[in-house]
Design a protein around this ligand. Structure first.
Ligand code: E4P
Length: 218
């Protein structure tokens, strides 16, 4: 399973990369705005910086909502770096844009996916990744993990090549459950990645080992 960080914060991206576990990055307009990155030139510069830090795929989202605007923006984003994957929302125009970009061999990440039907359409259109949002479904009392299981199952049945990129991850159990479900990728906020590595028994065990070492060497 690939690990992506869901962030536009360069320090977080660097720190996650230094852990040696990072396979890529996803961003979205809200995450860019949170970092104060505005204006198309600054946004492009920021994507370049992210691509310099990380070796894997970097999702860059279009702002246009119409087909022509999406493909224009998608091609400009793809020109930034070969690592860029164009993130396109699951709409009618979005599907058309995904088909167009797939025919041009520009990889896409179909985002804002909340149903199995949407995931089937994304795969049929040739999306490289499909991003079902687990946390936002959980937020409205719908089990987001069930959606991941269903999509993985259907993609396996029909040998769709689209990779399942589980998004809107809120806590470590989402990551573990995605691994069990066979999701190809999880994209997680930095604090959720680090939450995976902590265990109180590790801390207690290390403290005891070091105390015994100090006793033996005093
Ligand atoms: C995925 O690509 C999105 O950027 C992200 O996972 C959305 O997560 P949120 O629901 O925490 O905003």
């Amino acid at each position: 399973m690939k690990f992506f960080i869901d962030s536009a914060n360069l320090d977080e991206i660097k720190e996650a990369n230094e852990l040696g576990i990072l396979d890529g990055v996803t961003t979205n307009p809200s995450l860019m705005a949170k970092e104060g990155i505005t204006g198309s030139q600054n946004i492009i510069k920021h994507y370049k910086k992210i691509c310099e830090i990380v070796d894997g795929d970097v999702s860059a989202e279009v702002i246009s909502t119409d087909y022509k605007g999406m493909i224009y923006e998608g091609e400009r984003l793809a020109d930034i770096d070969p690592q860029i994957v164009v993130k396109i929302p699951m709409t009618k125009d979005g599907l058309k844009a995904i088909s167009y970009l797939a025919a041009k061999e520009i990889p896409t990440n179909c985002t804002l996916v909340f149903s199995v039907g949407q995931a089937i359409l994304a795969a049929k259109a040739g999306a490289y990744y499909v991003s079902p949002f687990i946390g936002r479904l959980d937020d409205i009392s719908t089990n987001g993990m069930i959606l991941i299981h269903q999509i993985v199952n259907i993609y396996t049945n029909f040998m769709f090549e689209t990779e399942v990129l589980a998004a809107s991850i809120r806590h470590p159990m989402h990551i573990i459950n995605c691994a069990e479900a066979g999701a190809d990728v999880v994209t997680c906020p930095y604090h959720v990645i680090t939450a995976l590595l902590h265990h109180p028994l590790t801390d207690i065990g290390l403290e005891k080992f070091l105390a015994d070492y100090r006793k033996g060497n005093s």
